[in-house]
Design a protein around this ligand. Structure first.
Ligand code: AGP
Length: 610
C-alpha cells in the first residue's frame, strides 16, 4: 500500500514531506520520492530513489533542496513496474510541469497509455500512475482544476492522487476513489496524506476525503467538491490518538509494543461495551428486532481477520444457535454466494481498506444483505460503506503482522455472540454470567501471560533452527493454529502450516520427523484428550512438540518437549489467550533470525489492491 504526503504553506516543504513519509514507513514500500516547486523561479524539482527513506534522505542531503513551500511525496509499493528510481513517484508529464503521486491501481491505464502515445506523449516509466500526469497535460488549457477533473473522469480503478503544477505554485490538488486520503488543516498551511500519523505533529484537524471528491488546497484555504464540481461542506474531525501512539515507546519493534498493548485494548473495549451484563454495540446500525430476525451470518475477511472470523463461527453458533459461514473475501466475491433476506454479512478488517474485503462487502450489499463491519481504522472505506460499523478502537497498528487488532476482533465477536445469545435465549443465564465474568478477566490474564514472555522467548530461540513448522489445534483452536502459522511464516519466512489436528492422519502426519517442529494448541477443553493422542502419534515419529497448555497441566510434559502455559479460563475463551504465546513465539523466532519484524519482505500493512 503506497503512502502519500503533500504540503502547501509557509514552511520549507521537503522536511515536512520527508518526515511524513517516515511516519508511513509501516505501510511497506520499495521506493520513494519527493517533488517540489521552487519559490524563487517556480521550477519543478524531483528527487526519487529505490530503497528506504534513509536513501531518499541521503539524496536530499547530497542535493540540497532550494526554498520551496509546496510539494508532494510518496512511498511506493510496486504494482505495475519493478521497484526502481524511474518507477518511483512522483511522475511528471512530458513538459515536466505537472507532478502526480498515486495510491491504488488505474485499471484502464494500458488503453489510456496507447491513446496518449498516439497523441505524442512520451512515457518514462512502466507505471499506471504516469498516465495520470499525461492525461492532465492533455486536458490542460491553463486551468489546472478543470484539467484534473477531465482527466480523473477517464480513470477506472482505485486511486488517491496528489497533484501539483509549476504553472500553479499556489495550488495542491487531491482526489480519491477507493484509496484513503485525508486533508490536514493547519494555520497558513494545509496537508494531504494517506494516513493521519504522517501529519499529526502539524495538525489534528482532519477531513477524510470521500470517494468521488476533489480537494483544492491553498495555504490559507481548502475547497472540496465532487468530481463534477458540486461544492461539498466537509466534516472536520479531530484526531485524538497521540503521536507517540505511533512510536515504539521503548519496545524493539512496533509488533512487540502492540502485543503488549493487548491487555489495555481489551480492557477499554470491555469497559466501553459491557455495562454490567448488558452489551453496548454502538455503531452496529441494527436494533434488537432486526438482530433477532437474522437467521444466517456470513463473515468475510482476509488473513488474520479471516482467522478471527473462523473463531467467530464457533463462538456465535455455540452461544446463539445462529448459523455462521466464513469466507475468504477473495473467494466470496467471485463465487455465487447465497444471500437470503435474513442474512447478515460481517466484514472484518483492521484497515478497512483491504480491496477483497471491500469488494466482498459491496457484492453482499448488491445482493441485498445488511453489511456490518468490524474495523480498527476510523473513517476507513469499509467503515463508511457498511450499514453499521463496530470500531475496535485498538489504536494504530503499525506492525504489518496483526496482533492487537486480531484479539480486538476476537473480543468484538465474543460480544456480538453474547448479544445474540441474549436475544435468542440460546444459553442459560448462568452460563452467560460465567462467560461474561471470565471475559472480563481476560486483560488480567493477558498481563500474567506477558509476564512470562521470557520463557516463551527461550523456547522460541531453542526452536528457531527448524526449517518447517506445523501448527495443530481443534475446535475453537483450529483457527488459533492457522493464525499461529500465519504469524510465524509472515515475519520469519519459515514455511509454517496450520491444520485441524484431527486431519493429521489424512496427510500431514507424513511430514512428521525429527527435523520438524509441531506446535500443539492444547488448553483444557472437551477435545484435550484428542490433542494428547495427536501428540503421542507425533512423539512416536520423533516430531518436536511445543505445547500450549493450561496452567497446572503437568501431564502434558510427558508428551511435549516444551510447554507454554496459559491461565485457565472458559473453554470458549481460550482462542483469546493462546493468541499471545503464538504471537510471541513468532516474534522471538523472527528476531532470532534477524528478520525485519515490522516490515516483512513482500508484505504491506493493508492490501488495497487485488
Ligand atoms: C496479518 O498478520 C496480515 N498482516 C494480513 O493477513 C492481514 O490480516 C490481512 O491483510 C487483512 O488485513 P485487514 O484486517 O486490514 O483487512
Amino acid at each position: 500500500m503506497c503512502g502519500i504526503v503533500g504540503y502547501i504553506g509557509e514552511k520549507q516543504a521537503s522536511p515536512v514531506l520527508l518526515d511524513g513519509l517516515k511516519k508511513l514507513e509501516y505501510r511497506g514500500y520499495d521506493s520513494s520520492g519527493i517533488g517540489v516547486i521552487t519559490s524563487d523561479d517556480g521550477k519543478m524539482l524531483l528527487y526519487k530513489t529505490r530503497g528506504k527513506i534513509k536513501d531518499l534522505q541521503a539524496l536530499l542531503e547530497s542535493h540540497p533542496v532550494p526554498a520551496s513551500s509546496i510539494g508532494i511525496s510518496h512511498t511506493r509499493w510496486a504494482t505495475h513496474g519493478v521497484p526502481n528510481k524511474v518507477n518511483a513517484h512522483p511522475h511528471a508529464d512530458c513538459a515536466g510541469k505537472i507532478l502526480v503521486v498515486h495510491n491504488g491501481i488505474v485499471e484502464n491505464f494500458e488503453e489510456l497509455k496507447k491513446e496518449l502515445r498516439r497523441k505524442g506523449h512520451r512515457f518514462a516509466s512502466e507505471t499506471d500512475t504516469e498516465v495520470v500526469s499525461h492525461l492532465i497535460e492533455e486536458n490542460y488549457r491553463g486551468d489546472l482544476i478543470s484539467a484534473v477533473r477531465k482527466a480523473i473522469k477517464r480513470l477506472r480503478g482505485a486511486f488517491a492522487l496528489g497533484i501539483i503544477s509549476a504553472d500553479h505554485p499556489d495550488t495542491l490538488v487531491a482526489a480519491r476513489v477507493g484509496s484513503p486520503l485525508i486533508i490536514g488543516l493547519g494555520k497558513n498551511e494545509n496537508f494531504i496524506a494517506s494516513d493521519a500519523p504522517a501529519i499529526l505533529e502539524h495538525t489534528r484537524k482532519i477531513i477524510y476525503l470521500k470517494d468521488g471528491q476533489l480537494a483544492v488546497l491553498r495555504k490559507d484555504k481548502v475547497d472540496i467538491s465532487t468530481f463534477s464540481g458540486k461544492a461539498v461542506r466537509p466534516k472536520v474531525d479531530t484526531v485524538t490518538f497521540k503521536i507517540d501512539a505511533v512510536q515504539k515507546q521503548g519496545y524493539a519493534h512496533f509488533m512487540l509494543k502492540e502485543i503488549h498493548e493487548q491487555p489495555e485494548v481489551l480492557r477499554q473495549m470491555l469497559q466501553k461495551r459491557l455495562k454490567g451484563e448488558a452489551l453496548d454495540l454502538e455503531g452496529l446500525g441494527l436494533n434488537d428486532r432486526q438482530l433477532k430476525a437474522i437467521d444466517q451470518i456470513v463473515i468475510v475477511a482476509c488473513g488474520t481477520a479471516y482467522h478471527a472470523g473462523l473463531v467467530g463461527k464457533y463462538i456465535i453458533e455455540s452461544l446463539s444457535g445462529v448459523r455462521v459461514s466464513v469466507d475468504v473475501s477473495s473467494e466470496f466475491r467471485y463465487r455465487q454466494p447465497i444471500i437470503g433476506k435474513r442474512t447478515l454479512v460481517m466484514a472484518v478488517s483492521q484497515s478497512g481498506e483491504t480491496a477483497d474485503t471491500l469488494a466482498a462487502a459491496r457484492e453482499a450489499k448488491a445482493k441485498g444483505a445488511k453489511v456490518i463491519s468490524i474495523c480498527n481504522v476510523l473513517g476507513s472505506s469499509l467503515a463508511r460503506e457498511s450499514d453499521g460499523v463496530l470500531y475496535t478502537y485498538a489504536g494504530p497498528e503499525i506492525g504489518v503482522a496483526s496482533t492487537k487488532a486480531y484479539t480486538a476482533q476476537l473480543c468484538m465477536l465474543y460480544l456480538i455472540a453474547l448479544k445474540l445469545s441474549s436475544l435468542k435465549h440460546a444459553v442459560s443465564p448462568r452460563e452467560r454470567h460465567l462467560l461474561i465474568k471470565q471475559l472480563r478477566n481476560i486483560p488480567a490474564l493477558y498481563e500474567k501471560i506477558l509476564k512470562n514472555k521470557n520463557a516463551v522467548a527461550d523456547i522460541a530461540r531453542a526452536n528457531s533452527h527448524f526449517g518447517c513448522f506445523l501448527f495443530l489445534g481443534r475446535n475453537v483452536n483450529f483457527p488459533s493454529a492457522l493464525e499461529g502459522a500465519l504469524k510465524l511464516k509472515e515475519i520469519s519466512y519459515i514455511p509454517a502450516e496450520g491444520y485441524a489436528a484431527g486431519e493429521m492422519k489424512h496427510g500431514p502426519i507424513a511430514l512428521i520427523d525429527e527435523y520438524r517442529a509441531v506446535v500443539c494448541v492444547a488448553p483444557q477443553s472437551p477435545v484435550y484428550e484428542k490433542m494428547v493422542s495427536n501428540m503421542q502419534e507425533i512423539r512416536a515419529r520423533r516430531g518436536n512438540i511445543i505445547a500450549i497448555a493450561t496452567e497446572g497441566d503437568k501431564a502434558i510434559a510427558h508428551h511435549a518437549h516444551q510447554t507454554i502455559y496459559v491461565p485457565a479460563t472458559h473453554e470458549l475463551l481460550t482462542p483469546l489467550l493462546v493468541a499471545i504465546p503464538l504471537q510471541l513465539l513468532a516474534y522471538y523466532i523472527a528476531v532470532k533470525l534477524g528478520c525485519d519484524v515490522d516490515q516483512p519482505r513482500n508484505l504491506a500493512k493493508s492490501v488495497t489492491v487485488e
